[in-house]
Design a binder for this molecule. Structure first.
Ligand code: GLA
Length: 666
C-alpha cells in the first residue's frame, strides 16, 4: 500500500482542525463510568480532540476466550463522538490476557537461555505463535466488525510499540521459513554465514536454530539475519491485522507507534506500510543532550514520511516512572518539547496518558490529569498548551526540503554491535548524534534515513541526487551495500559533498569483510586505503594542515592516502605520520573521510569546514537556543532562563527565556 499522500493532513482537514490534533492515550477501562463523565468535561477544557483508546484493554474486552464485553466501549466511543473527539482505536494485541498463556503456554516468549516470559506484566507473546496470532485476529475481527463505521473512529492503532521477540520453537520454525525465502538453498546460506569458520556447516534449513545461549560468540550473520527476521516477523504481525481492517474499510487509516531509533525494528522497511507515521518519544529533562536526541529522532520520522506530517503518539507531560531517577518536565519544558515535535512535522501531539493510573505499574507515571486532579498547575498548563497549539500556523505545512542527508541503515547499526567487534567505543547512535551536533547547534535541518531512500531518489532524479542534497553524511556506514557506491560517486561527481565517518564500508550485507582495504569501494571515493582499525589505549595528538592541534581518543584507523590530501595527521604515538582526516576532490565535488573518534571540538571544526564547502553555514546559535524551520516558518525555542537574541531574515529577534517565537526568515 505504498502512498505518499499526507493522510494526517487530509484527516485534520476533514475534521476541521486548524492546529495539530492534541490528545492522549485514554484508558477508560481503568475507571468507573462516573469518572468517564468528568474525563469528557476535562478533555473539553484541555482542547483535546484526539485520543487513543484501549491500548491495553484486551482482558476487559474478551474476559474469556471468545466471550466479548463491548458495551462499555460502545458507550465510551459514543460519548467521545458526542464531544467531537476523534478516536485512534487500538487493537489491544500488545498484551494478551493471562488466559492465553494458561491455555496456550507455547504462546509465551522464550529467552535465549530457554526461560519463559510469563504473564504478570505485559507484552508476553511470541510473535510467531499460531495461538497468539489467531487470538489477535479474532479480537481484531470483532472490533473491526463493530467499529469500522463508528463515526468517532478515524484511525486504527495496531498493537503498541512492536518490539517482542522469542527464541523458542515457533520462532525457529518461522526463522527457517524466512531463511528459505532469503537464500533458496542451504549452500547459499552456508556461504553467506561463512559457516566454514568453527565447523558450523548446516546440512539443511531444519538444522538452523535462533541465536540461543552458546559456549562462545554466536556467528554474527546468524545474529544479523535473526534481527532482520524479528523485524519482518513483527511487521507481519502488524500487517496480518492491518489487512483485516483494510478488507473491511479500504479507506481506513492504520498506524502503529514506532520508537525512534529502535534496535528491534527496521522502520526503513516498515514505513511503506503505515498510513500515518507515529512515534513515541520521551525526553529526559535531566539530560541536556535530550534536545538533540529528540531533534534527530523527529528528523528521522519526518524523513521516513518523506515530509508527510506524523503523530507524536506518546510523550510524558511530567515524569516517567521507568528511569532510575524520574525528574519531571516543567510545564515550560513540556511546551517546548511539544512545539519542537510540531515544528518537525508532528501534527498530532499526544501523551501517555490522559488520567494518571491509580494502581498498577504506572501509578507513578505522569499524566495530563494527575492524582491530585484538575485543580493543579499540571492540568492547567496542559490545557493552556492545548489551546495554544490549536491556533498554530504550522499545521499542515510541508517542512521544506533539507540540504543535508544523513544515512542511517538499521542493519548497519545492528551489524556493528555485538561481541567480537573492534571496539565498543564506536556506537552508531552516538556517532549519529556527534555528527548531527554542529547542524543542530546551527539550526540546519537534516534528513536522516536509510540509504535505500538515497538510492530511490537517485533513480528518480535520474542520477542528479546532487539536485536534492548538497551534503551527504555517513557517520557509521559499517555495512555497505555495493549499490550505494555508484550513487555516491554520481552525487559527488556532479558537485555534491560527501562526509564519511570511521569504519566506513567494513563489511557487506552478509557481514563478510570487504577485502583489499577499499571499504567495498567507499574508501576509493575518499582516496584513502585502510590498512587496519586501531583502538587506542590513550588519546593521541593530531595536527591540522594549519598547525592546530587536538586529540583523538579511543579509536583510529590506520589509513594511507592514495588520491586524497591529509587535513589532520596523527603526530604522536605508534601511528605518528598517518592521516586521520582527509579530503579529496572528485569530479565537481569533494569527499571527506574521518578515520577516528574526534572529540566534539575538533569534530565540530571539521564538520563546519566540510559544510562550508557545500555552502552551508554552521554558525552556532546562542547557547540553549534551538531553531526549526517548517515551511515558511521558523520556530525558535529558547531553553535557557535568560533572553536570547537571534538573527532572522535580517532582523534581530528577542526570545524570552523558556519561551518560543515563531517567525519567518525570508
Ligand atoms: C510506552 C508505552 C505506554 C506507556 C509508556 C510509559 O511508551 O507504549 O503504554 O507504558 O511507555 O512511558
Amino acid at each position: 500500500m505504498p502512498q505518499h499522500r499526507d493522510e494526517l493532513s487530509h484527516l485534520r482537514a476533514r475534521c476541521g482542525a486548524h492546529g495539530p490534533f492534541f490528545g492522549a492515550d485514554y484508558n477508560p477501562e481503568q475507571w468507573p463510568r462516573e469518572v468517564h463523565a468528568e474525563d469528557l468535561e476535562l478533555m473539553g477544557r484541555a482542547h483535546i480532540d484526539f485520543v487513543t483508546v484501549g491500548v491495553f484493554s484486551w482482558a476487559r474486552l474478551e474476559p474469556e476466550p471468545g466471550r466479548f464485553d463491548l458495551e462499555w466501549l460502545d458507550a465510551v466511543l459514543d460519548d467521545l463522538h458526542s464531544r467531537a473527539i476523534r478516536v485512534d482505536l487500538a487493537l489491544p494485541v500488545a498484551s494478551p490476557p493471562p488466559w492465553l498463556g494458561v491455555l496456550h503456554p507455547d504462546s509465551l516468549p522464550q529467552t535465549r537461555s530457554g526461560g519463559t516470559l510469563w504473564w504478570g506484566s505485559r507484552n508476553q507473546f511470541d510473535p510467531s505463535s499460531p495461538a497468539y496470532r489467531e487470538a489477535a485476529r479474532r479480537i481484531t475481527r470483532v472490533l473491526v466488525d463493530r467499529y469500522a463505521d463508528h463515526p468517532a473512529v478515524v484511525m486504527w492503532h495496531v498493537g503498541n510499540e512492536y518490539g517482542q521477540l522469542s527464541h523458542g520453537e515457533h520462532a525457529a520454525r518461522a526463522f527457517r521459513d524466512w531463511l528459505r525465502r532469503r537464500y533458496g538453498d542451504i549452500d547459499a546460506l552456508n556461504r553467506a554465514w561463512g559457516t566454514e569458520v568453527w565447523s558450523l556447516g548446516l546440512r539443511d534449513f531444519e538444522d538452523v536454530i535462533p541465536p540461543r545461549d552458546t559456549p562462545y560468540i554466536v556467528n554474527p550473520t546468524l545474529e544479523l539475519d535473526f534481527a532482520r527476521f524479528v523485524s519482518d516477523e513483527l511487521l507481519d504481525c502488524y500487517l496480518d491485522l492491518a489487512r483485516i481492517i483494510r478488507e473491511k474499510n479500504p479507506h481506513a487509516l492504520v498506524t502503529t507507534n514506532f520508537m525512534g531509533f529502535f534496535p528491534l525494528a527496521d522502520y526503513g522497511a516498515w514505513m511503506e506500510h503505515v498510513d500515518v507515521l507515529a512515534d513515541d518519544h520521551y525526553t529526559d529533562p535531566a539530560d541536556p543532550a535530550t534536545r538533540l536526541t529528540a531533534s534527530l529522532t523527529h528528523s528521522y520520522l519526518r524523513t521516513l514520511g518523506r515530509g508527510r506530517s506524523w503523530v507524536l503518539m506518546e510523550q510524558a507531560v511530567g515524569a516517567v516512572n521507568w528511569r532510575a531517577h524520574n525528574v519531571p518536565k516543567t510545564a515550560a519544558q513540556n511546551r517546548l518539547d511539544s512545539w519542537r515535535a510540531h515544528a518537525h512535522g508532528a501534527d498530532a501531539i499526544s501523551y501517555f496518558q490522559f488520567r494518571q493510573a491509580a494502581s498498577g505499574p504506572e501509578t507513578f507515571h505522569s499524566a495530563l490529569v494527575p492524582h491530585a486532579g484538575p485543580d493543579t498547575s499540571r492540568f492547567r498548563a496542559a490545557a493552556e498548551l492545548g489551546e495554544e497549539l490549536a491556533a498554530s500556523p504550522l499545521a499542515g505545512q510541508f517542512p521544506g526540503s533539507s540540504r543535508v542527508f544523513f544515512v542511517h541503515d538499521w542493519d548497519s547499526w545492528r551489524a556493528s554491535a555485538g561481541r567480537g567487534r573492534v571496539s565498543e567505543a564506536l556506537d552508531p547512535i552516538t556517532q549519529n548524534e556527534a555528527y548531527y551536533s554542529p547542524f543542530f547547534r546551527a539550526g540546519e535541518r537534516v534528513d536522516i534515513g536509510p540509504s535505500s531512500l538515497l538510492i530511490t531518489q537517485d533513480d528518480a532524479a535520474d542520477g542528479a541526487l546532487a539536485d536534492c542534497y548538497d551534503l551527504v553524511v555517513l557517520p557509521h556506514q559499517f555495512l555497505l551495500r555495493p549499490a550505494l557506491v555508484p550513487v555516491l560517486e554520481r552525487f559527488v561527481g556532479s558537485g555534491g559533498t560527501l562526509l564519511i565517518g570511521p569504519l566506513g564500508g567494513v563489511v557487506d550485507q552478509d557481514l563478510r569483510a570487504h577485502l583489499g582495504g577499499t571499504g567495498g569501494g567507499l574508501l576509493d571515493l575518499a582516496g584513502v586505503l585502510r590498512e587496519e582499525p586501531w583502538p587506542l589505549a590513550d588519546a593521541v595528538t593530531i595536527t591540522a594542515v594549519d598547525s592546530a592541534t587536538a586529540q583523538v581518543h579511543d579509536f583510529v584507523e590506520v589509513l594511507r592516502t592514495t588520491t586524497a590530501q591529509a587535513r589532520w595527521t596523527m603526530t604522536q604515538g605508534p601511528l605518528s605520520g598517518r592521516p586521520l582526516v582527509t579530503r579529496r576532490e572528485l569530479g565537481e565535488g569533494i569527499v571527506w573521510y574521518v578515520g577516528g573518534l574526534l572529540g566534539q571540538g575538533p569534530l565540530q571544526a571539521v564538520i563546519t569546514e566540510v559544510a562550508a564547502e557545500a555552502a552551508i553555514d554552521l554558525a552556532p546559535l546562542p547557547e540553549d537556543v534551538e531553531l526549526v524551520r517548517r515551511g515558511e516558518h521558523v520556530v525558535v525555542l529558547n531553553h535557557g532562563q535568560s533572553l536570547a537574541h537571534v538573527h532572522l531574515g535580517g532582523q534581530c529577534v528577542e526570545v524570552p527565556g523558556e519561551d518560543l517565537v515563531i517567525g519567518r526568515d525570508r
